[in-house]
Structure formats: C-alpha cells, structure tokens
Design a protein around this ligand. Structure first.
Ligand code: 5GP
Ligand code: ZN
Length: 116
C-alpha cells in the first residue's frame, strides 16, 4: 500500500467509500462526483499507478479489473442500454488519481467519446 495514495487508503478502509462490488483482488465503489446516473470506479487492491504500469507488471490483474467492470455493469443493470469503460492514463487523459481505475459509466446516453 502507498500511504499517500487515496485509493490505497480506500482499500485499507481508512477512507469511506460506497462499495458496490469486490473480489479478492479488486474493489468497486461509486465515484464521489458522478458524471452519469451510474458512475462506479473499479480498482485493483494492489497499487499500480496507471494502465501502463499494471499492463507491464501484472496483465492478469488488469484483466481482473476489466472482468470486475463487466460484473459491475451487469449488477447495475447497464448491459441492455450499454455503458462505457474509461481508463485514464497519464497527463493528456486528465488522470487525477494515480492508482489505476476503470470508470464504469451508464444509465443514460453518454454523448461523444471525447470532447473537441
Ligand atoms: P481520474 O480523473 O483520475 O480518471 O478519475 C478520478 C476519479 O476519482 C474522479 O472521477 C473523482 O470524482 C473520483 N474521486 C476523487 N476522490 C474521490 C474519493 O475520495 N472518493 C471517491 N469515491 N471518488 C473519488
Ligand atoms: Zn494506491
């Protein structure tokens, strides 16, 4: 655990979160500032800074994060209407929390994939 990492502190139970799904290796909780009717963040329990890092260090765990995102989408009733999974990675993406996380967004039409 990185003690200065917000999401590691959520994993450790030091900061409260509205947890909606968990596995031995992942945790999913509602985003504090939702951008859609459903906005859940899925993280690995282990600290990896971004997709580049987890993809190199533990690609199987990256797959478990994606599988958990699909489970969350199902549990939140998003599979019929569809949903979007976003993994911001690095400065141009606007990533703000440097513990890799998948955003699961849905519950209404989400608009264009990127703004221009
Ligand atoms: P990023 O921009 O790094 O891809 O996304 C970070 C996300 O974390 C943002 O959508 C933001 O609203 C969310 N977030 C930031 N701090 C907290 C927090 O303390 N709790 C929860 N549940 N979400 C947070
Ligand atoms: Zn962390």
């Amino acid at each position: 655990m990185a003690s200065d990492c917000l999401f590691c502190r959520i994993v450790a139970g030091e900061i409260p979160a509205d947890i909606v799904h968990q596995t031995a290796t992942t945790l999913a909780f509602r985003d504090i500032n939702p951008k859609a009717p459903v906005h859940v963040l899925v993280i690995p329990r282990a600290h990896h800074g971004d997709l580049t890092a987890i993809g190199a260090a533990d690609p199987a765990l990256a797959g478990e994060v994606l599988a958990a995102a699909a489970e969350v989408a199902k549990a939140e009733g998003l599979t019929g209407g569809g949903y979007r999974v976003i993994l911001n990675s690095g400065p141009h993406s606007g990533q703000e929390v440097f513990h890799v996380h998948a955003h699961v967004l849905g519950g209404a039409p989400l608009g264009p994939m990127v703004s221009r």
